[in-house]
Design a protein around this ligand. Structure first.
Ligand code: GCU
Length: 693
């Protein structure tokens, strides 16, 4: 693998290993060795260089970049629609075909046959960049030229990464080394590593990045002042070259904490003026600044509640300041009482976001997007889909996923999240009748909204492999691909990632793909059972601790006693959370018989002898899944050992080391959980396996 910007493995899925001989033969035509760079803008040139690099790697030949195509010549032509129209080549296509291309959205691209060669036509330079990466990706996965032909546009206007990075260089819930942007109280100057990162983002179509932690306090509150804006503008400029807009998380109490005002009340005129001045200042440094991400009235962060105002008042205050410049307010809905009373079983954290926000529908300014976590609690390995998604017809919404594996193994355990995200995206909210999937709701289309998108809490840091566990790169890649097109099959995404990152040997592709695909369910099977969640060590959230949060203020309980376990969230006898869903989900979840097994303990409190849809009792399911999960974790290591010779030695070793940790972690979970329930219930394993008494 080639060395670049300090780390041998920096290029991740832009490694583009050389194609096998036979495949090269089917593509190789004389025109393949020429890239005709029609767009002369910086971004157009970047796209041409990427294509050159990609083709050189995949085919192992030199590729020349030409300025224009001479009569009778051919090649890979790369330009925008405007270039296409101007150059004589446009005459090769019919009026209808041209009209079709003209209708493409701004970020779209088309791949088009052009004489014996091929044209990549971007609706804009951004589209062109995406088109160049797409052509390489499709060649790397050996797609035939005929199958490449057509247009492609992103489903989501906003495709965003949220970094939870702090100015001291630490990363909240980061498992891949320190921050890519900050160190020891300084904003880092743009480096080749930052460029390498921006390339990765652009290659999967990410177009927005928030670089600092949503928990904004201390020095980070000064990001929106001249103290840091010049440094941040330098990062924004580097990202801009790859069609990515910079966002910042801000502190709602800034007018007080850094502005010297006595209040941050959103209805106070001096506060309004303060934010307007700040917006003007920010845009004088960063003309295409994306906007603010805001965590307010959540987990001790300040917000409008302090002043007796609601979230619409708070969000609109900031939206009014940013609107003249086209900036957005991304207002998070992770709002709940984290000082709750565990003794009161009618209180339910799962209800909180819906209860706070639905009543505000229609009150948010046009530049506000509500960012909603996929589940009602907090990024657990299994949760139902948040009923808030799709519940506000007059409000822009976007989906928030967690790529960083806070509750899903912390990039020590393998847990490929693309299958989980697919289930979320395919969930039907019935917001506008059947087929109102989360994918439709998030993009805005399903609610006839202009804005929308998907944000992922980033899992990358300054680790040489970007993500700690090298295989966690697949989550990063997969997130970007799904944000572009939620309809992509997870198997396709996985194959793309393997071919572009590691190679093309069928054994490698098949075996690694199945390891990745099995891993989410394996992780689920040895951790908290049947959707009940948590059971992790408090604070850092790794490893088992069944009662770790049981008697705390955080609102995440399982209520296990001698007879049964689970949270009654029904309307009939529980917290009523089920009532936040539309039909048919409401009835399905309400009834213990129709509730899906994997969510049973999220919605119901049942006896250990309760029979699941699978036919097993709850207690036997707990034992079986934990024995099987630990065994399957060991199996992952064995499977890796069979294929690891196909990948670079250091890569293989790092993965093997992580998988060995995972085996230990899974055994720890198995034993702690099984023993806990054996002691609670006195019921033994039907199959007589050893459980520590
Ligand atoms: C989780 C996580 C926090 C994070 C919070 C959020 O609770 O543990 O570190 O700040 O989510 O999404 O705001």
């Amino acid at each position: 693998m080639a060395e670049q910007s300090g780390h041998a493995f920096d290029q991740a899925w832009l490694t583009w290993p050389e194609l096998p001989k036979g495949t090269k033969g089917t593509y190789r035509q004389p025109w393949m060795t020429r890239v005709i760079a029609s767009s002369k803008t910086d971004m157009g040139q970047t796209a041409s260089r990427e294509l050159q690099r990609g083709l050189e790697r995949l085919f192992g030949v030199n590729i020349e970049i030409l300025d224009q195509m001479d009569q009778g010549e051919s090649g890979v032509w790369l330009g925008t629609l405007a270039n296409f129209r101007l150059e004589s080549i446009a005459r090769d296509i019919s009026v209808e075909q041209m009209a079709d291309l003209e209708g493409m959205g701004e970020e779209a691209y088309a791949i088009w046959p052009l004489g014996p060669g091929v044209a990549v036509v971007g609706a804009s330079d951004r589209g062109l960049l995406y088109g160049a990466f797409s052509l390489i990706r499709q060649m790397a996965t050996m797609t035939s030229l005929q199958d490449m032909v057509g247009q492609n546009a992103p489903a989501n206007p906003l495709r965003m990464l949220d970094h939870w990075d702090n100015l001291d260089g630490s990363v909240e819930r980061g498992y891949a080394g320190g921050s890519l942007f900050f160190s020891q109280g300084q904003v880092l100057p743009p480096s080749s590593r930052l460029t390498a990162y921006a390339r990765l983002l652009a290659s999967v179509g990410i177009n927005a990045v928030a670089i600092n932690n949503v928990n904004v306090h201390g020095e980070e509150s000064y990001f929106i002042t001249p103290k840091h804006l010049a440094d941040l503008a330098a990062l924004a400029e580097r990202f801009r070259g790859y069609a990515i807009r910079l966002f910042l998380s801000v502190n709602f109490a800034s007018p007080v904490e850094i502005g010297g005002l006595s209040t941050a009340d959103p209805l106070d005129e001096a506060v309004q003026q303060w934010w307007q001045d700040k917006a003007a200042l920010i845009y004088s440094y960063i003309p295409d600044f994306g906007g603010f991400v805001v965590k307010a009235d959540s987990e001790f962060r300040p917000g409008p509640f302090t002043y007796g105002r609601d979230h619409a008042d708070g969000a609109n205050l900031l939206a009014r300041a940013l609107a003249p410049y086209g900036g957005l307010v991304i207002w998070r809905c992770f709002v709940y009482d984290c000082q709750t009373d565990w003794r009161n079983r009618k209180l339910d954290r799962a209800r909180a976001a819906f209860d706070h926000f639905v009543k505000l529908d229609g009150r948010f300014a046009d530049h506000v997007i509500l960012q909603i976590k996929n589940g009602p609690i907090d990024f657990q390995v299994r949760e139902p889909v948040s009923p808030l998604l799709g519940a506000m017809a007059h409000t822009h919404q976007m989906l928030e996923l967690q790529i960083t594996q806070e509750y899903t193994g912390q990039q020590r355990d393998l847990c490929y999240l693309v299958p989980q995200w697919k289930e979320v995206l395919d969930f039907d909210t019935y917001a506008k009748g059947p087929s109102s999937t989360i994918a439709e709701v998030a993009s805005g289309k399903g609610l006839d909204r202009r804005l929308g998108g998907i944000a992922g809490v980033a899992n990358a840091g300054n680790d040489p492999y970007w993500t700690g566990h090298p295989l966690a790169q697949a989550n990063f890649y997969g997130f970007g691909r799904l944000a572009w097109d939620p309809k992509l099959a997870s198997t396709q995404i996985t194959a793309e990632w393997i071919h572009q990152t590691l190679g093309h040997a069928p054994l490698l592709v098949d075996a690694l793909s199945s390891m990745l695909h099995d891993s989410w369910r394996i992780y689920e099977s040895y951790t908290a059972p049947l959707g009940v969640g948590f059971m992790v060590n408090p604070g850092h959230h790794y490893g088992p601790n069944v009662d770790g949060y049981e008697y705390s203020k955080w609102g995440t309980y399982h209520f296990a006693d001698h007879h049964g376990i689970g949270v009654d969230r029904t309307e009939a006898t529980g917290t009523g959370y089920v009532g936040q869903y539309r039909e048919p989900h409401r009835s399905i979840y309400e009834d213990v018989q129709s509730c899906p097994d994997e969510l049973l303990l999220f919605f119901h409190h049942v006896a250990y002898g309760h029979r699941l849809g699978s036919g097993k009792t709850v207690i036997q399911h707990i034992y079986d899944s934990h024995f099987e999960g630990a065994e399957a974790a060991r199996g992952l290591l064995a499977r890796w050992q069979q294929i690891s010779r196909e990948v670079p030695a250091q890569w293989a070793e790092r993965v093997a080391e992580r998988l060995a940790w995972q085996v230990q972690n899974a055994e720890e979970w198995r034993d702690v959980v099984n023993t806990y329930f054996y002691r609670k219930t006195g019921i033994g394993d039907e199959r007589g396996r050893f459980i520590v008494p």
